[in-house]
Design a protein. Structure first.
Length: 235
């Protein structure tokens, strides 16, 4: 169960700004499980507690996209001479990437303005899978793959158990359930196999498929249903 401040939840759902949400709570417009809430620090359990707003609220439509990030493009905060995702495709207001891919890593990334979905995807507590196609400078041994599966030490911590699938001497698939800084590259370096090319092929149940570099795809209603079910979000 996920605990979140009501003020933050209202903001992330596009119903109000943080300031407006605080004002609504203080004014007694918000009820939690049938009881008025006046404490701006009050929290709720997503998917368990029932929230009601007596004041008419704005509604910002939610968008969910898959994007194939090309190599050489930064996810956000481009520096001089760089380009980022928003320079390649036109996005609705408030839609941002969920997490990041390094400039030298390509592949699948989610884009949304739904804060609840974004948090569920990124938070390692939920153990959601991300699959990468890894190409190396030299062949990788079965022992090295086993070490990756069992976990290796990076950044002073042991990584969670992972899944691997050999695609050839120099290439394999690696599936992880966390997202430490440059994790896949660091893991491969830890077993003596530096990465030559890295592509993210899958997030949750969503695959890169035929999506071309720089191409954007909005989720269909059926795909959104699958997304919410996978993330255990009641919509």
């Amino acid at each position: 169960m996920e605990l979140i401040r009501i003020q933050r939840y209202l903001s992330e759902q596009g119903l109000a700004s943080r300031r407006e949400a605080a004002a609504w709570i203080t004014a007694g417009y918000v009820s939690l499980n049938g009881q008025k809430v006046t404490d701006t620090g009050a929290k709720m359990v997503l998917g368990v507690d029932t929230l009601k707003i007596d004041k008419p609220a704005r509604y910002a439509p939610k968008y969910y996209f898959l994007f194939n990030k090309p190599l050489g493009i930064v996810t956000v905060n481009a520096q001089k001479g760089e380009r980022e995702i928003k320079d390649l495709v036109k996005l609705p207001k408030g839609v941002v990437p969920v997490g990041r891919l390094d400039k030298d890593t390509g592949g699948l990334i989610f884009l949304t303005n739904d804060g609840v979905v974004a948090r569920r995807i990124m938070d390692p507590v939920f153990y959601h899978e991300k699959e990468y196609e890894v190409t190396l400078y030299k062949p990788i041994s079965d022992k090295a793959l086993l070490n990756l599966e069992q976990g290796v030490y990076i950044l002073g911590q042991k990584t969670r158990p992972a899944k691997t699938k050999r695609l050839g001497g120099y290439k394999f698939l690696l599936t992880i359930t966390e997202g430490k800084n440059r994790q896949v590259r660091r893991m491969c370096e830890a077993v003596g196999c530096p990465v030559r090319l890295l592509l993210r092929k899958r997030i949750l149940n969503f695959h890169l498929g035929e999506l071309k570099p720089g191409q954007l795809k909005e989720l269909s209603n059926n795909e959104k249903t699958v997304l919410f079910k996978t993330l255990d979000i009641d919509r």
